[in-house]
Ligand binder design. Structure first.
Ligand code: SF4
Length: 374
């Protein structure tokens, strides 16, 4: 493993619109590269331009905390920062990969967020997050800290093969249980499920059941993407070591889409499996509003609810135009309340959706949404 120390001009990344999978307004990466070295990691693709050998080399943004101090300081802002969660995780690195134990950038970033009362959403595969229980407590008491972990299954043996650098899922579940006991909202990102390995009915059932047993607050599901080049070549080698019959099957579902997407009929079938199972356990498949509603502004609240409704309807095989309505609202330059009287005039918004939006503005939620989510 080699570590390179680099300087970064900016750390906080403002999203163009609220990210409704994570309910976040901002994101950040304190490292580039990830020595957890999951075989399927998207961070390995050429488009992210991570230097060195992905999985072995990592760059550390050593000035990150000074930059972040400036970025979070309200006295240095002409416009106040937007209300919303800061998402720490995902992208091309895990914030609790081993190098964090030496540099402690994640911990120091969290201390700044605690100081400025920002809610955070953490997503990691590492149990090292337990080290920061104290500062996460401070955040959760003053605003909110959501603790999420990602899984491809809860099978330790499969994980050892495909996720060699992280503690097995049984350890991760224990960490989540600990945070739950401490009063944090906890989530599982069941993504990506590995085609023909962890996407089967039995494996998904095993995973959802384990999550339900430890009181998970939500599960977000997603299938794999596989882009040509480094990501594809690396995974195929690891896959052949696991079971040489699987590589041709992967080639059949990943047909060279520029975004690395599999065939839609594959995604439809695994989503269907997940949806049928998760319904039995009555676990929300989007982050429930009780967790985030007080920490986003009214326009973002409307966008989140519309996008969540869109997803829930589509998962249930129903048509929906709520996603388009969410997009229209996200294009507004001013808070949605200012357009309250002319919501129907917006593209893609009819009388029923307009009524639902006004209900969200008046009550903070929608009965239809709450019913779908439950
Ligand atoms: S932990 Fe996440 S970022 Fe790191 S290698 Fe695995 S999938 Fe990639």
């Amino acid at each position: 493993m080699s570590i390179t120390e680099i300087q970064s001009k900016s750390i906080l990344r403002k999203q163009k619109k609220i990210e409704t999978w994570f309910v976040s307004r901002y994101g950040m990466n304190l490292y580039r590269g990830c020595t957890h070295n999951c075989a399927y990691c998207d961070g390995r693709t050429e488009k992210y331009r991570v230097d060195g050998e992905f999985g072995k080399d990592v760059a550390v943004k050593v000035n990150a905390i000074d930059v972040l101090k400036r970025e979070l300081d309200p006295r240095r802002k002409r416009k106040p920062m937007q209300k919303g969660f800061i998402f720490v995780g995902g992208g091309v690195c895990d914030s609790y990969q081993p190098v964090e134990l030496k540099y402690e950038l994640t911990r120091q970033a969290l201390e700044l967020m605690a100081l400025h009362n920002f809610p955070v959403h953490m997503l990691t595969k590492s149990t090292h997050i337990e080290r920061d229980l104290d500062v996460l407590h401070q955040i959760n008491e003053k605003s909110r800290a959501i603790i999420s972990m990602s899984f491809s299954s809860v099978d330790d043996k499969i994980s050892r093969h495909f996720e060699p650098g992280v503690p097995g899922p049984s350890q991760r579940l224990k960490t989540l249980a600990k945070f739950k006991k401490e009063g944090f909202p906890i989530g599982m990102y069941l993504m990506p499920v590995l085609p023909f390995i962890t996407d089967t009915h039995d494996k998904v059932q095993e995973t959802v059941s384990a999550a339900a047993n430890m009181g998970i607050d939500f599960i977000i599901f997603g299938g794999m993407t596989l882009k040509g080049g480094r990501q594809h070549d690396y995974l195929m080698n690891v896959l052949r070591d696991y079971d040489r019959n699987l590589a041709p099957k992967y080639e059949q579902i990943f047909t060279g889409d520029q975004w690395g997407r599999a065939r839609m009929d594959y995604y439809d079938s695994v989503h269907r499996v997940f949806f049928e199972i998760v319904k039995e356990y009555k676990i929300p498949i989007r982050i429930p509003p009780a967790i985030w509603t007080n920490f986003v502004d009214s326009t973002d609240r409307v966008i989140i609810i519309l996008e969540h409704i869109d997803y829930l309807l589509k998962m249930d095989n129903k048509k929906s135009s709520f996603g388009y309505a969410a997009y229209s609202i996200s294009q507004l330059k001013e808070p949605v309340e200012h357009s309250r009287q002319k919501i129907e005039e917006m593209k893609g918004i009819g009388a029923t959706t307009a009524r639902l939006i006004r209900e969200i503005l008046d009550t903070g939620t929608s009965q239809y949404y709450e019913w779908l989510l439950s």
